[in-house]
Design a protein around this ligand. Sequence first.
Ligand SMILES: *Cc1c(COP(=O)(O)O)cnc(C)c1O
Length: 355
Amino acid sequence: MSRFFSKKYSGLVAYTPGEQPKDMKYIKLNTNESPFPPHPAITAAVKAESARLNLYSDPECTPLVAASAELFGVKNDEILMTNGSDEILNFAFMAFCDKEHPIVFPDITYGFYSVFAELNGIPYEEIPLTDSLEISVDDYVGIGKNIVIANPNAPTGIALSLADIEKIVKSNPDNVVIIDEAYVDFGAQSAISLIPKYGNLLVTGTFSKSRSLAGGRLGFGIGSSELIADLNTIKYSTNPYNVNRMTMIAGYQAILHNDYFMDNCKIIEKNREWTKGRLLELGFELTDSKANFLFARSPLISGEELYLQLKARGILIRHFSKLRIADYNRITIGTATEMKTLVDEIENILKEIKK
Ligand SMILES: *Cc1c(COP(=O)(O)O)cnc(C)c1O
């Protein structure tokens, strides 16, 4: 740390992204990317758009917003596009939280929430998941604080029903409830339909997971026009051109070819259930994941050991050192071939242990 670094950030512990090692070619099941390439129309449109990089991008993302609003059944002024959904989450923390308006979230969830709270000097409280790693809805009913919940939750993959989300939103009318739907397309219910009823609900989404655009960095927030106006104030005070030209056109084409991506999600779901079945046969214990990953532990091998042994065999999965979940690993769902290789290697590792 230099002697110039502001004291307000000196204690900040930054988010640790999943590793992207370059030493060899791995089967990457560690950062919840899609194994499927973007639709070819995206690649072509991005290439053509690159000839216009001398011009600033449209700060209002006009065609992308219009196409997305139509797809999600909301009005144009109820949606804001951002540089990944990490940006809309940070904007929401900046816009709606402060010392008088703290935020709560589960103790086991997306690691960025506590980082955004620390970064912005916002007090926060972590509400423990139940022993079976589920969100206990009653803990949030009428809590009277801002709330952020990933649905499905990460890294457990467990989803809440729309009725449970509504209970939480309805019972906290004077607080903003953020529902982070990064994984909603893999089998959970979106809360977007509740937006006309509740002015305190902000739903965030991303093109990174279900729409194969993790490297493009495109996310969005959907909420009442008043919430979106506030978030725009933050955006225009940070970076009006937060979505670059090539990403904007990629996102637009992704919406036009939404069926391609939703079909891919169905394949991922199928591969998830197949992998889950095989891991159960191998004695693993798994959560009921509705995301593009599984969360699994084995009584035969520690989470860290399995992670290390798979890495040595060219397969990356994600291990978290947080004590409550240190026995587990989060395994991204890839192609059927990748999942077969994974299961075969796990079987080999377990056989060696039993010897
Ligand atoms: C991946 C992820 C995000 C953010 O993804 P972006 O790539 O920034 O859009 C947000 N929330 C959760 C729970 C995630 O897993």
